[in-house]
Design a binder for this molecule. Structure first.
Ligand code: FEO
Length: 398
């Protein structure tokens, strides 16, 4: 099959991985994931990053097809996380004359990832603003520390105006025989859900670093964004950049409510669903309900960042919270959840403490408007609770 390509000179040599179930051994990827890699063909040939070990054979086949019998001149290493550095060592053994292009931090960390030394005369040390001419194509290096590892850099190719954005603008999901967002259906909207789940959970903690990169990128004239996961973005740039601005500044994308519940026997679920029904009766705003025991925590976290309101409905368990609620709150905290309206529903057949624990957690986040009145259920919803839930729906929508 012919290689996918960005242009006549820039080929896609990455690979789909449909065999993986959990990315980073924690995020479900039912539609797989891609490990993107590109080859720029000019007087010199540059390979933009390697791929995960899981895609070794496919990648080397693609490289051979792209090289057409020539040898590569440069291997650019944007990011050392193993889903991109997994084949550096094999590549350098197969193409030992290649010059490795990386920044000083990357060269310092490289021995943690490979067992061979890169000799001094095979190193090109990139720094902020350094350029590398391949012929007509010229790469300019832009440092992007903590997006989301310290050594990350991105590259701007000024002739075709391509930003190689490392994990930035990446998303889950295999690509099949398509590459560009302009070739995919229901774009750009269909990109957002999985890109949000990817961004919030993987990069979300480092919002200020992403803002710094966006500021640098705003000075570039960009025609294509080529990330290390998911499709190459070739139109509707305002949509994608607006999403990144919101996600990285922890601002909600739209009005709506996430109700995340933990339940032992279903009574707290009934309260969560009742509140959801009350909200839907009062407004057309979206309401998304998550069972934290069963649903994808990463999706619940991502939707919590998407919408402007969050309700935690938790049962008291062993004098604390159910582990799934503890875990959810931990994830919110790790990803810098903030700037939202929130409320709490607690349940407890005796000595309920979940409400205080959840309220304290929410109040510890930045700039939160947490409802002062919590709904307390003693085992089963009663008429008073139903009235309180109706009032809570009104407060949330007020
Ligand atoms: Fe796709 Fe941070 O690795």
């Amino acid at each position: 099959m012919a290689l996918k390509r960005i242009s006549d000179s820039i080929l896609y040599v990455g690979a789909d991985d449909r065999t993986i179930d959990l990315f980073e051994n924690q995020y479900p990827v039912s539609n797989g994931v891609t490990y993107n890699s590109y080859v720029i063909k000019d007087s010199k040939i540059a390979v933009m990053d390697t791929v995960d070990e899981r895609a070794t054979d496919q990648w080397f086949d693609n490289l051979e097809e792209a090289f057409e019998g020539k040898a590569p001149d440069y291997l650019v290493v944007s990011h050392l996380e193993p889903d991109h550095s997994g084949n550096i060592e094999r590549f350098l053994k197969k193409y030992p004359d290649t010059i490795v292009v990386a920044n000083a931090k990357t060269f310092a960390m490289l021995p943690q990832f490979i067992d061979i030394d890169v000799p001094e005369d095979k190193r090109f040390v990139a720094a902020e603003g350094t350029t590398l001419a391949l012929g007509k194509h010229v790469l300019t290096f832009v440092m992007a520390p903590m997006v989301h590892w310290p050594e990350v850099m991105v590259e701007y190719e000024s002739t075709e105006k391509v930003l190689f954005s490392a994990d930035g603008f990446g998303t889950f999901g295999a690509l099949g025989d398509r590459l560009k967002t302009s070739e995919l259906e229901n774009m750009p909207q269909s990109w957002a859900d999985e890109a949000r789940r990817y961004f919030i959970n993987i990069v979300g903690k480092y919002g200020p670093s992403v803002q710094g990169l966006l500021k640098k990128a705003s000075a570039l004239d960009i025609s294509v964004i080529a990330p290390l996961h998911g499709p190459v973005i070739d139109k509707d740039f305002d949509f994608y950049i607006d999403k990144y601005m919101r996600w990285s500044s922890y601002q909600p994308e739209e009005k709506g409510t996430v109700i995340a519940y933990s339940t032992l026997h279903g009574n707290t679920r009934k309260a969560a669903l009742k509140l959801g029904d009350d909200l839907k009766k009062l407004s057309d705003e979206p309401v998304v309900v998550y069972d934290l025991s069963r649903d994808d925590c990463a999706k619940a976290v991502a939707d919590s960042f998407r919408f402007d309101k969050l309700v935690l409905a938790g049962v008291t368990y062993d004098g604390g919270l159910m582990p799934c609620m503890e875990d959810f709150i931990y994830h919110l905290k790790m990803k810098n959840y903030q700037n939202r309206k929130a409320a709490v529903i607690e349940n407890g057949s005796w000595g309920p403490v979940a409400g205080k624990l959840m309220t304290d957690a929410l109040a510890s986040f930045k700039n939160m408007n947490v409802c002062e009145t919590k709904v307390t259920i003693k085992t089963r919803l009663n008429a008073k609770n139903e009235s309180e839930l109706s009032d809570l729906a009104k407060w949330l929508l007020n």
